[in-house]
Design a protein around this ligand. Structure first.
Ligand SMILES: *[C@@H]1O[C@H](CO)[C@@H](O)[C@H](O)[C@H]1NC(C)=O
Ligand SMILES: *[C@@H]1O[C@H](CO)[C@@H](O)[C@H](O)[C@H]1NC(C)=O
Ligand SMILES: *[C@@H]1O[C@H](CO)[C@@H](O)[C@H](O)[C@H]1NC(C)=O
Ligand SMILES: *[C@@H]1O[C@H](CO)[C@@H](O)[C@H](O)[C@H]1NC(C)=O
Ligand SMILES: *[C@@H]1O[C@H](CO)[C@@H](O)[C@H](O)[C@H]1NC(C)=O
Ligand SMILES: *[C@@H]1O[C@H](CO)[C@@H](O)[C@H](O)[C@H]1NC(C)=O
Ligand SMILES: *[C@@H]1O[C@H](CO)[C@@H](O)[C@H](O)[C@H]1NC(C)=O
Length: 431
């Protein structure tokens, strides 16, 4: 207990805590999880998602479906993990290989356990998680908190503890909990998901094993207010799609809620669409940079065997990943200047353009600028606009896409022209 003139300990503490979201700290996922997920979907709404899933999956709808959907099996997962290791993803930090919906059957055993679909996973989950661990990866698995998963398989409502125990017994390290078919549960949004928080807390007490807990809540747009006390990551928007318009909508949402995200509890902007749809390389760079610097989980959601070299180089950029995985600063970058729109504008078609945040310590600042215009622009901003840069200091500037030191900046920073939909990312180091 101590006092400063005019300020009590508790007032000081409240002041210090005001900007730090209180996270459910289960000892894992201090920094955002990175890895791969089998199942990304690119539909406008869950309704059409469920409809599509119950119908025939057209192989030609590749811009709507993000690769594997329900067509998963143990060989695909082994092959993907092997490829990711060979391509350098594992050493770059992508350590979770996550199985999404469709690994299970629609029923439970007579004593209430989930049943692995043995036509897709004939060797069983322990076999698969041992294989993944043997390569150096961690393993993730999906469930849904309702009566059925989004694809219609057995949901976890009323079985959370049984399922959490089985996930640990099967060797998993991570779980994603979805939100379909939860209409019969009458609690608040938070309490629906806290059934899993409680189950995972109990399983940790029983076994010592903490699972990373990521939750999916679309459309209600309040998950960040209770997410930090509930899970390691919470979705902040409806499902991502492989197009620039949806990427802008999600980033616009993220621009207002950076304060809720920090160590152990992360805003989840949804999976990475790099390699899917018709995203240009500039758009893929911007998408990856924005997700990484907003400190979202980074989960590759494409057929890794078909990724172009250019897309691979984007996903493996070590200087961008280092900011996402910074163990000293948990806060994401936040907008300091909206650019074309007045500051604070909520515009899903034209989000905030200038973002900053500390990196490693208060003498290093990460800066991101995205050109949402349809024309090439010159970037020139006043350093004092950013709360993370000082007007009276000179900074050494490193360009994180050119991988080069590009000189110094004081008072203003000027960069050359930036193509439409492209991004710049820098580290400014106080001299
Ligand atoms: C985030 O926190 C900072 C520092 O406490 C505060 O100045 C800012 O207004 C907050 N932003 C939002 C959007 O709440
Ligand atoms: C997994 O199952 C395969 C056969 O399906 C077997 O060859 C392999 O040895 C098993 N691996 C482990 C780690 O149990
Ligand atoms: C939720 O409320 C509805 C309407 O009041 C009721 O019919 C239903 O049984 C309730 N469900 C649960 C799981 O309590
Ligand atoms: C909870 O979620 C529903 C839909 O998912 C939403 O309509 C509602 O506003 C959310 N928030 C609260 C506090 O119930
Ligand atoms: C990509 O597809 C979307 C919708 O499918 C379309 O609006 C957009 O113009 C396309 N972009 C490019 C660069 O082809
Ligand atoms: C991609 O890179 C690999 C290894 O560097 C090389 O063997 C391959 O030819 C490249 N493919 C293309 C399409 O450039
Ligand atoms: C950048 O903007 C400042 C302030 O408007 C101006 O003084 C400076 O000349 C500009 N720099 C370049 C290279 O355009």
């Amino acid at each position: 207990m101590f006092n400063l003139p005019g300020i009590t300990y508790s007032a000081l503490q409240a002041l210090l805590l005001a900007n730090v979201a209180t996270a459910w700290n289960n000892g894992v996922a201090k920094v955002p999880p990175m890895g791969f997920n089998t199942y990304v979907i690119s539909l406008a709404s869950r309704l059409s998602r469920v409809k599509l899933m119950c119908g025939v999956i057209s192989s030609s709808s590749s811009s709507r479906w993000n690769r594997f959907a329900c067509n998963i099996n143990e060989q695909l997962i082994r092959d993907t993990a092997t490829q990711m290791k060979n391509l350098g993803f594992l050493v770059a930090g992508y350590q979770y290989i996550n199985i999404d919906d469709c690994w299970l059957t629609a029923s439970r055993t007579s004593d209430g356990h989930l049943i692995v679909d043995s036509s897709k996973f004939p060797s069983g989950m322990n076999n698969l998680t041992s294989f993944l661990h043997g390569l150096g990866f961690k393993a993730g698995i999906y469930e849904d908190l309702g009566t059925k998963t989004c694809a219609g398989f057995a949901g976890s409502l009323g079985h959370e503890l049984t399922d959490a125990r089985d996930f640990v017994a099967w060797g998993f390290d991570y779980t994603k909990i979805d939100n379909c078919n939860s209409g019969s549960y009458n609690g608040t949004n938070a309490s629906r998901f806290q059934r899993w928080t409680n189950a995972l807390t109990q399983v940790k007490a029983e076994t010592g094993k903490s699972l990373v807990y990521t939750l999916v809540e679309w459309n209600s747009f309040d998950a960040w207010t209770w997410g930090p006390n509930t899970a390691n990551a919470w979705r902040i928007y409806d499902d991502i799609q492989a197009n620039w318009g949806r990427i802008k909508q999600i980033l616009n949402q993220a621009s207002f809620i950076g304060n809720y995200s920090n160590f152990y509890g992360h805003n989840d902007l949804d999976m990475l669409e790099n390699g899917n749809g018709n995203l240009t390389l500039a758009e893929q760079r911007s998408h990856f940079t924005a997700w990484a610097l907003a400190k979202s989980p980074l989960l590759v959601g494409t057929d890794v065997s078909k990724l172009s070299n250019d897309s691979i180089q984007i996903l493996l950029n070590p200087e961008i990943i280092a900011i996402n995985q910074d163990t000293a600063i948990g806060e994401p970058l936040k907008p300091f200047f909206w650019g074309k729109n007045p500051d604070g504008t909520n515009d899903p078609t034209f989000p905030a353009q200038y973002w900053s945040g500390y990196y490693k310590d208060t003498h290093h600042t990460a800066i991101m600028y995205i050109n949402f215009n349809e024309v090439t622009v010159d970037l020139n901003f006043t350093l004092s606009h950013s709360p993370h840069l000082k007007a009276d200091k000179t900074y050494a500037v490193r360009d994180l896409w050119q991988h080069k030191d590009i000189g110094t900046a004081s008072k203003f920073f000027f960069s050359g022209s930036i193509a439409p939909h492209d991004v710049r990312a820098y580290i400014f180091t106080e001299m």
